[in-house]
Write a protein that binds this ligand. Structure first.
Ligand code: GDP
Ligand code: MG
Length: 796
């Protein structure tokens, strides 16, 4: 009987717990373990939740949850909390113990696999039955049950019809799904034809999503061996979190070990068991989170299957799953959220979501096999294989990768500069129009210097950023990004990370915020936290305007070299930080992960442009929002107190340090107060102000410089770079020199991440302390590095 059938005051002993992994884990942590005595406290038929006592304390469970816990009724005067602790068997306990043993030592296993993979042969050899074995598929939609004893345990084994997947298209598939939902088998045996791994493992990924106890019978192992292939199935099993046992069910080889392993899983002794997420790619994963959370929020929804599985099935518009969830309270919200999320992803990729999910799953399988399966392939000439042979080869992999990277950076900076110049001259024309046609006063100053100087100074870099985003989208969509991660795996191991961390790090060159979010795909917690924390050192596109401005001003002749060195410095600091974090904060973790290898596809121009635009839109939003806002604030702090303008006009010495403090703008006061801290790295007060103003978003650094170094009317050239090199009346020198420009760029590269990134870090790690760490640590590192750079540059 199940726990919900206990009446008030009745006592039972727990025999089994069904449901998906997360549910089982939670109840077991609450104390529901095999052999525990439990008493129902109040259990009226309509009462929900129901209260129970367990080891002397009260717990309450929903009726639907209690229905997943199997018990045997006992007299409530049984003198123990846990039947496993009874040593002396008295007459009254003997019956209970033997029933408990009988029930808890009965394991129900179900065979699931593709047609023709050897399920029935396995069924026959294990149970001694003589069922019909045929080398064809789809004979009957039915199940057969067999019984046998193995070791101390009784097995009920069920042979189900073969299926290629768990979509509800064919009667076989529907049958298998309903069976899993209604019958609660203890262990799923996924029979896999070893000679045809790719196709067979697709079903496996769907079973993994369900998160139910499972083992893989790697059947036809003889054929795999005969083909000359070598398969590291143990590592493979560790990667996917499912134990793998090779079998030859025609002869019975490996079958004993299979059932030993099943017992170990059943008794929770098997170390390999772990729930992994078959990653569906960033866009789908992000879109799915909301739906998953809604399902999780309703306790009656996801008990038999994990909320993740249900969410994936809903995304595939699976009718069967929709109808099982129809009774759920917030069903309409779930469906509406799903529809919107799916529409968004399909729009973005211009592809049907089911085939996207299937592609990602095949990519997961290909990645797992690429690391574990070594087959002497002569037969396969698929283009993906050929390209992969080259692109992931130890010899050519890296050079190809670096050439691609160089090409991307070159295009971003050099080609992007042309449209950038057009925008720049457009803004200069606008500013001149304003200067020439508006009456003098704060409003004219605000528009010409505050808004056009600030926002205009940043919008110039939109082309560079769009180009960079275009390439990142292209690499993601074509499948090359995964290969890059694959070849970087070994390198990443050297810094205690995994190849999977590589993609978020490259994405960081675009923007750290989505990159931090993308780290979610990394299963190991410590690797995830390290990846998140070092991500801000990947020089994001918001810092690009600073480099373009200062490099263009001071290092025109060696632009590429300086660009490259800055990015390299960021990477170097990231590497050092990662190694330190690994050594001092997180112990090594060696769990192997699957690196997905989706098939190559030539991305359509449309989808790349769409992706690029999705990212570029955020940039423009930032422009109209926080950057505009910050520019106005900076302008106002610089403009007021306004009485200084008349004074300054009259005396022309306003900019000297000796002048009475009241003549300073607020901004000057702020800048000069903090400036001593940054003086050792060669930054003057305007630079200091720009750095402080840039904390909300790094683009503001340039927009602030744009506001502060406004063209006074004598300078005909409005370009910011010309204004930067002017001699400051206060010091008699230009504020920026090559040395200080270099130090300034290093500081901007490394110092505290923008607010959006800090929020993302805090959200992804779940701890405020990591957000705080990145603010403090990064700023300290930035100061030290900038100081060293400045001193060396001065000395040279
Ligand atoms: P089912 O459709 O999954 O039930 O598969 P069957 O049990 O009917 O087996 C399909 C075919 O594969 C039969 O011809 C079996 O003899 C053969 N077969 C089953 N297991 C093995 C194995 O481990 N090795 C080899 N070489 N053949 C097998
Ligand atoms: Mg069969």
């Amino acid at each position: 009987m199940t726990l919900n059938e206990l009446k008030t005051g009745e006592t039972g002993i727990i025999v089994k717990i069904h449901g998906h992994g997360a549910f089982r884990k939670r109840v077991i942590e609450m104390g529901f373990t095999k052999g525990r005595k439990i008493t129902a406290l109040n259990s009226a038929p309509l009462k929900d939740p129901v209260k129970y006592t367990l080891m002397g304390y009260e717990v309450s469970l929903r009726r639907s949850e209690a229905a997943l816990i199997e018990t045997i009724p006992v007299a409530d005067d049984l003198q123990t909390d846990d039947i496993n602790q009874i040593k002396t068997i008295s007459e009254e306990t003997a019956g209970v113990i033997s029933e408990f043993k009988g029930r808890s030592h009965t394991i129900n296993v179900v065979l699931i696999g593709n047609p023709n993979c050897g399920k029935t042969s396995l069924f026959n050899i294990a149970s001694g039955a003589m069922e019909h074995v045929g080398n064809y598929s789809g004979v009957t939609v039915d199940s057969k049950t067999g019984h046998f004893k193995h070791g101390d345990y009784n097995f009920n084994i069920i042979d189900l019809p073969g299926t290629y997947s768990l979509s509800a298209y064919s009667p076989e598939e529907l049958y298998v799904r309903r069976y899993l939902r209604d019958e609660n088998p203890d262990i799923i045996v996924n029979v896999v034809d070893a000679s045809n791994l790719e196709r067979n493992l697709y079903l496996t990924t769907e079973l993994i999503d369900m998160d139910r106890p499972m083992v893989i019978a790697l059947n036809m192992f003889d054929e795999l061996k005969n083909s000359g292939a070598a398969f590291d199935y143990e590592t493979f099993g560790k990667m996917i979190g499912v134990p793998v046992v090779p079998t030859v069910s025609r002869t019975g080889q490996g079958v004993d070990r299979l059932f030993d392993t099943i017992i170990d899983i059943y008794e929770r002794r098997e170390k390999t068991v772990r729930h992994v997420h078959v990653s569906l790619g960033n866009d789908i994963e992000t879109a799915m989170t909301e739906v998953k959370d809604l399902i999780k929020g309703d306790p009656t929804a996801g008990l038999h299957f994990s909320p993740r599985y249900l969410a994936i099935k809903l995304f595939e518009r699976d009718k069967e799953t929709e109808s099982t969830l129809r009774h759920v309270k917030n069903y309409d919200t779930i469906i509406a959220t799903r529809d919107e999320a799916v529409k968004k992803v399909e729009m973005l990729h211009g592809e049907d979501i089911s085939s996207m999910i299937a592609n990602e799953k095949y990519g997961f399988i290909a990645g797992a096999l690429a690391e574990t399966l070594d087959r002497p392939d002569k037969d396969s000439r698929s283009s993906t294989r050929v390209i992969d042979m080259l692109v992931t080869s130890p010899l050519f992999g890296f050079p190809i990768f670096f050439v691609i990277m160089l090409f991307i950076f070159w295009t971003t900076f050099y080609i992007g500069a042309y449209p950038g110049e057009w925008i720049e001259s457009g803004i200069a024309v606008l500013a001149d129009l304003v200067r020439g046609n508006m009456p003098d006063g704060p409003l004219k100053d605000l528009i010409a210097n505050g808004i056009l100087g600030g926002v205009g100074g940043v919008i110039v870099f939109l082309p560079n950023i769009l180009i960079l985003f275009f390439f990142i989208s292209f690499m993601e969509d074509s499948g090359y990004m995964s290969r890059a991660a694959f070849i970087m795996d070994r390198v990443m191991h050297k810094i205690g990370l995994h190849g999977k961390s590589f993609i978020p790090l490259v994405m960081g060159f675009g923007c750290n915020v989505p990159a931090v979010t993308a780290s979610r795909a990394i299963e190991s917690k410590s690797s995830r936290i390290i990846t998140v924390l070092i991500n801000p050192f990947m020089s994001c596109s918001a810092r690009l305007p600073v480099y373009v401005l200062l490099i263009g001003t001071f290092f025109e002749a060696h632009a590429a070299l300086v660009f490259f060195s800055l990015y390299a410095t960021g990477i170097f600091v990231a590497v050092v930080t990662a190694r330190m974090l690994r050594r001092f904060l997180f112990k090594k973790d060696e769990t192997p992960f699957v690196m997905e290898l989706p098939p190559y596809r030539l991305p359509t121009l449309k989808s790349c442009l769409r992706h690029m635009w999705a990212k570029g839109k955020q940039y423009l939003k930032k422009m109209g929002g926080i950057i505009l806002f910050a520019s106005i604030i900076v302008w106002a702090l610089n403009y007021f107190p306004s009485d200084r303008h008349e004074l300054a006009e009259g005396e022309r010495i306003a900019e000297t340090d000796e002048i009475d403090a009241q003549h300073d703008s607020y901004l000057e006061m702020i800048g000069k107060t903090i400036n001593p801290v940054l003086k050792p790295i060669g930054v003057e007060w305007r630079g200091t102000v720009a750095l402080v103003a840039g904390i909300p978003a790094k683009e503001i650094v340039v927009s602030t410089l744009g506001v502060l170094y406004t063209g006074n009317d004598e300078v005909s050239d409005h370009a910011l770079s010309a204004r930067l090199t002017q001699v400051s009346p206060a010091t008699g020198k230009p504020d920026f020199t090559p040395a200080s420009a270099l130090a300034f760029m290093v500081f901007v590269l490394l110092y505290c991440p923008c607010i959006a990134t800090v929020i993302a870090i805090t959200k992804e790690t779940g701890k405020l302390k990591y957000g705080a760490f990145s603010v403090l640590y990064n700023t300290a590192v930035a100061w030290i590095c900038a100081f060293v750079v400045y001193q060396i540059a001065l000395w040279l």
